[in-house]
Each structure stands twice: as C-alpha cells, then as structure tokens.
Write a protein that binds this ligand. Structure first.
Ligand code: HEC
Length: 125
C-alpha cells in the first residue's frame, strides 16, 4: 500500500488513545531544567535515586495506578517543592509533569499537556 494511504487510518486511531497522556518535547525539555533546579536535590537526578519518594519506576506506577494525573498534579503543585509548596508557576508544574512522563517512558506528541485534560490521563500504559 502507498504510505499516504496509511495516514488517515492512523489519524482515526487517535481518539482511542485519549487516556494516554499527551505532552510535547518542548514541555519535557523545559520541565527537565525546572526539575534539576527544584526537585532533583530530594528526588534524585534520575527521579528514583533520591531520599524522597521515587517519581519513576515500578513502585511509583503501582502507587499511582488508581489515580489520575489530575490527582498527581494537585499533590505536586500544592505540596512541592517541599521547601516552598505551590511556589512554582502553573506552566512550570505542567512542564515538570511532562518531564516525569518522559522519564517514565511516555512518548512526546504534538499535543501539549494542559491542566484541563489531566482528569482523562493516568500513568497506565
Ligand atoms: C526538600 C526536598 C524536596 C524537594 C525540593 C521536592 N520534594 Fe517532592 N517530596 C519530598 C518528600 C520528603 C516527599 C514525601 C513526603 C510528602 O509527600 O510530603 C515528597 C513527595 C512528593 C510527591 C508525592 C510522591 C508520592 O508518590 O507520594 C511528588 C509527586 C513530589 N514530591 C514531586 C516533587 C516535584 C515535582 C518537585 C519539584 C518541583 C519536588 N517534589 C521537590 C521532598 C522534596
């Protein structure tokens, strides 16, 4: 089949993946910088190698399996960074969340991660 003919089929498959978190590469790149400056000293440079709870890996997935990203974002944006809870801008929290998704193996897309969509997303793959 000609490659161009595959495209509509792929686009149609889109909505079925609605619960898979969407974020852009740019968001994750910005989030990586914020994470390094604001979170890494406690949660570790790899998200799972600090003194604070792991933000990546199997234990993390199990812990958050039954919650939405909205719940996760709420905890993160109201209690973190522990030294100044709620102290970052909304875009910074969203970008850090995009980075956490990237480290946990979710692939970037062209749709930006947005607060209004978080209730539809989980960490399940
Ligand atoms: C000064 C150390 C410190 C910094 C800086 C910090 N955290 Fe935390 N974080 C903790 C500790 C300790 C806990 C566990 C206790 C708690 O939940 O309050 C925690 C818990 C969390 C949790 C809940 C994890 C879970 O599974 O229960 C999230 C999410 C989180 N932090 C994200 C972040 C993010 C994102 C940043 C940077 C914007 C950040 N933290 C900065 C120390 C820190």
């Amino acid at each position: 089949m000609h490659p161009a003919r595959l495209l509509p089929a792929l686009l149609l498959a889109g909505p079925a993946l609605a619960a898979t978190p969407q974020y852009t590469k740019a968001q994750a790149a910005a989030g990586a910088k914020t994470y390094a400056a604001q979170c890494a000293m406690c949660h570790g440079a790899k998200l799972s190698n600090g003194g604070a709870p792991k933000l990546a890996g199997t234990t993390f997935f199990q812990k958050w399996a039954t919650n939405t990203l909205d719940d996760f974002h709420f905890i993160m944006s109201t209690t973190m960074p522990q030294t100044k809870p709620g102290g970052l801008k909304e875009a910074e929290y969203i970008n850090v969340l995009a980075y956490i998704l990237q480290v946990n193996g979710f692939k970037p897309t062209t749709k930006a991660l947005a607060v209004k969509d978080l209730k539809a997303y989980t960490f399940k793959k």
